[in-house]
Design a protein around this ligand. Structure first.
Ligand code: FAD
Length: 345
């Protein structure tokens, strides 16, 4: 009798809970999938159901590029839509398409994306339009099929505490963005069988805002958010010239991306796009070198999950040494050139 009761309870629970089906907004740049989208795909896969990708762009971009999205491990189907209006990922322009996909007899239970600049604007907009909550910057996900609820964790207070948030069955579509450093990147799969469907774009007449231009910093170095090694400099670097002449040889010798503290960015030593921290980029490379950076909590929020942290600081009590795996107490202007020489050897 007990077995029968358990069986009935099991059947009832699973009969009422839809199996998860995530819609993931996939981003691309210069012909390649953004690595943060690959991490979001891994997160979506962890829900344990189907995953449908959505790629939008200008007609030239989508025709040429959606091929690379077809061979992604974990993707069950792929929607693509092209319009000259989709050339820039503007929330006001793309959200009507997402709203339609999520309302017309929608099979989707989750809307997912990387915690990127575009998605930080797009997903909350879609959620607000559909009157559902959104969870941002998640670092773990567990979906419970029996209760149709999804539990997320996300860092709060500059990473000093972790909040656990449960989206219950009363939330028809769970919307969330993913911190890319918390999930490995989905891999390519040459044998992947992904169903591809073209969607008609929804052109927005008289859009409330207009994309004028995108100005990207050009660099031959690895991209900060995706690099496996990062060399960062702080206020101690003195000015833009010494920042470049001291840090860049070390970054080049290591094949590393360059980062900076906010103090270095605010003082004009480095470009805004290089800022690491709470209000900059969050990175978790294999190697993070902090040179002349004190280790304020706002900076740590952006790098403390790095696998190996090396700090150079002349103050033995600098807080950066509390998170560093390797600490060198000394003058960076003496230490860094010696390191470069050793690396060259
Ligand atoms: P400092 O704190 O001035 O440290 C310089 C360090 O260099 C010192 O430890 C000193 O001992 C050392 N030093 C000096 N000379 C040498 C030398 N010759 N050799 C070796 N070491 C030397 N900061 C960020 O970095 N990223 C953020 O995203 C960010 N967001 C913020 C958000 C908010 C809301 C607020 C309030 C602050 C934020 N900050 C952020 C600022 C943060 O609080 C710190 O002010 C900043 O990180 C300090 O930068 P720094 O370590 O380069 O400079």
């Amino acid at each position: 009798t007990r077995a029968l009761v358990c069986h009935r309870a099991f059947v009832r629970a699973y009969a009422t809970s839809p199996s998860p089906h995530a819609l993931i907004f996939l981003e691309h740049r210069a012909g390649a999938i953004e690595s943060a989208s690959l991490s979001a795909l891994t997160a979506a896969e962890q829900l344990g159901g189907q995953v449908t990708g959505l790629v939008v762009g200008s007609p030239e971009e989508v025709q040429v590029r959606f091929e690379c999205f077809v061979r992604l491990k974990g993707l069950t189907s792929l929607f693509h839509s092209s319009s000259s209006q989709y050339a820039a990922p503007m929330a006001e322009i793309i959200s009507p398409l997402l709203e339609k996909l999520l309302t017309d007899k929608s099979p989707f239970t989750h809307l997912v994306s990387a915690h990127s600049s575009a998605a930080k604007s797009l997903l909350p907009r879609v959620a607000a339009k559909l009157d559902i909550p959104a969870v941002s910057d998640v670092i773990s996900i567990v979906h419970d099929l029996s209760s149709n609820s999804t539990t997320f964790t996300r860092p709060i207070y500059a990473g000093n505490a972790i909040a656990t948030i449960k989206a219950s069955s009363s939330v028809p579509i769970k919307v969330f963005t993913v911190r890319s450093t918390a999930f490995s990147a989905a891999e390519s799969d040459a044998d992947a069988k992904v169903e591809v469907k073209s969607l008609d774009p929804i052109d927005v007449s008289d859009p409330p805002s207009e994309h004028i231009r995108t100005s990207l910093t050009q660099s031959d170095r690895p991209e900060l958010g995706a690099a496996s090694r990062v060399v960062s400099g702080g206020r101690a670097l003195k000015n833009a010239e010494t920042f470049e002449s001291t840090l860049y040889p070390l970054a080049d010798a290591l094949g590393a991306a360059v980062g900076a503290s906010r103090a270095a960015v605010d003082a004009g030593y480095a470009d805004n796009s290089l800022q690491v921290g709470q209000t900059g980029k969050v990175v978790a490379p294999e190697l993070y070198m902090a040179l002349g950076i004190s280790g304020a909590i706002q900076h740590l929020a952006g790098m403390k999950d790095s696998k190996l942290i090396v700090a150079v600081n002349k103050d033995p009590d600098a807080p950066i040494f509390q998170v560093a795996d390797v600490g060198l107490v000394g003058d960076l202007f003496e230490i860094v050139p010696q390191l470069v020489e050793k690396l060259k050897q």
